[in-house]
Every structure is written in structure tokens, then in C-alpha cells.
Write a protein of this length. Structure first.
Length: 116
């Protein structure tokens, strides 16, 4: 909670559209976002700081993956891992973890949310 007694909040960016998305309240949890929009190794953005160890390529399934979790460490680890995973696996992992939510934005800007 902030000094003014309001909950802390974060505004997530919709990377495909390059604009602000929705505001998410952070009460006793943390948020981390992974996206290939950060560092890029080529001008076209085909090779980013995210790599799939199975293929050596950068994932392109999602434009952003945001995870809300009880700790920043868990949110960061899951957002990076989820960047490489299909939705069905993400859904199963989120369902097995307490107080975790995954917010997946695909390249067209469609948001899919799993968890609480």
C-alpha cells in the first residue's frame, strides 16, 4: 500500500500496439513482463535477448508475457519461461501455483489471461 493508503498499481504495455494497456493492482504480489521488444540483435527484430534453447531462435508466439506472482523472483522466472511455452502448458502451470496470473498478448494484440 502506498503512503496515501491507495494500492500500488502498474500499467501494462500492449507491445503489439505500442500503447498502454490496463492497470493492474499490486497488493502483496509482484509483476514481471517479458517481451522481445527490448534488446534486439538485428534491425528487423528477429533475434532478441530471449532464446529458445531447443531451437536457438527467438520466440515470436507472444508480443508480451506478464506474470503476477507472490514474489518478483517467481514472476520474473515464469514470464521468461512462459515466453517459450504454448498456452496449454502455461494454463496448467498457473493452475498448479497459488496466487499466480499469466497475461499473454499475441502479435495481434489479443490478451489471454490465466489464473487469479
Amino acid at each position: 500500500m502506498r503512503p496515501d493508503q491507495r494500492d500500488a498499481a502498474v500499467e501494462l504495455v500492449v507491445a503489439a500496439a505500442g500503447e498502454l494497456g490496463e492497470t493492474v493492482d499490486l497488493v502483496d504480489r509482484a509483476v514481471a513482463t517479458s517481451a522481445g521488444a527490448g534488446f534486439r540483435f538485428d534491425a528487423k527484430g528477429r533475434f532478441t535477448h530471449l532464446f529458445d534453447p531447443a531451437t536457438g531462435r527467438s520466440p515470436s508466439r507472444y508480443s508480451t508475457v506478464s506474470v503476477l506472482a507472490p514474489t518478483a523472483t517467481e514472476a520474473d522466472a515464469l514470464s521468461t519461461a512462459f515466453s517459450l511455452m504454448p498456452p496449454s502448458e502455461i494454463r496448467d502451470i498457473v493452475a498448479a501455483r497459488a496466487n499466480v496470473q499469466a497475461r499473454l498478448t499475441d502479435s495481434s494484440g489479443t490478451l489471454t489471461v490465466y489464473g487469479v
